[in-house]
Each structure stands twice: as structure tokens, then as C-alpha cells.
Ligand binder design. Sequence first.
Ligand code: FMN
Length: 149
Amino acid sequence: MKSLVIFFSAEGTTASAAKQLAELKHADLFEIRPEKPYTAADLRYTNPLARCNIEFFRKRDVPVIGAVDHFEAYDTVMIGFPIWYGCAPNVVNTCCKAYNWTGKTVYLFATSGGSGIGKTVEKLSPYLKGASIKDARVITSVQELADWQ
Ligand SMILES: Cc1cc2nc3c(=O)[nH]c(=O)nc-3n(C[C@H](O)[C@H](O)[C@H](O)COP(=O)(O)O)c2cc1C
């Protein structure tokens, strides 16, 4: 069984969890990097004109750099991201759209400022067609994922 951890992190919290998870599960690691990196100003959601708000409210795709090599070789894919506006950031949707998920076992993990997983699965599922989503959790420590197979 070959496993992959895919993650997006704007401010480092999810990155740290994703790296630990990849070690714990002996999985490969792929970082979702937007073509245009987020600056602190881009993330200031209290500003209605901040990039994050424009992308979210206008449902924008966010182009990403590169792609997973031999995605077809992975059986299990763990996808990590920060909760933005109660769900996965648009850049995660854009990334997921690029792959064929048929037959993949998928686990979702997120970090947040306090929100739960909410409607994350429902909203991300259209971009993971054919995958079996086994679990989705907001975590504070990667140890909470030790039971993932
Ligand atoms: C644009 C934006 C939207 C956010 N929306 C939420 C939210 O709806 N609920 C929440 O609990 N935290 C929210 N947060 C906080 C992040 O989920 C939290 O800080 C996360 O751990 C950041 O992960 P990262 O360091 O990997 O980017 C938001 C942060 C940003 C920048």
C-alpha cells in the first residue's frame, strides 16, 4: 500500500502537522503551492478586498505549482489544510480537480482557529469524484490521527 500526504498551509500550522503525519505513516509528501504565494495582506480576512475574501466569495480557482508524480500509484491519500470560512481553501479544490480519484482511499485533516470540520467533506467531495472518504477531522496534534490505517 502506497500512501501520500498532500497539504496546503498558508501560515505553517498545517505544514508542520502534514510533515509529522507523513513520517508517522511512512507516506510521501506533496505541498500545494499557489503560483502566487499568499502574503500577510492577502490573508487579512477583516479587509473585504483582501485576496482571500475575493477568492472565496467569487469562488475563484487558485492555480498551483507542479503536480504529484505518479499519482496513480497511490492507494491512500491524506489531504491537509487550514479551515478557511468553515471549509477547505479554494486552492485545495483547484489542486484536487487535477487528479483522477477513482478507487482512492482519502482522509482529510485540518487545523483551525476553533471551527470544527463543518461542511468540509460535502464541499470538497465534488473535486474528489470516485474516492472513498474515510474520515475528516480538525486536529490539534497529529497523534490524533494515529488510528488512520
Ligand atoms: C482566510 C482565512 C480564513 C479562516 N477561516 C477560519 C474559519 O472559518 N474558522 C476557523 O476556526 N479558523 C479560520 N482561520 C484560521 C485558520 O484555520 C488557522 O489559523 C489555521 O490553523 C492556519 O493554518 P496554516 O498555518 O496551515 O495556514 C482562517 C484563516 C484565514 C487566513
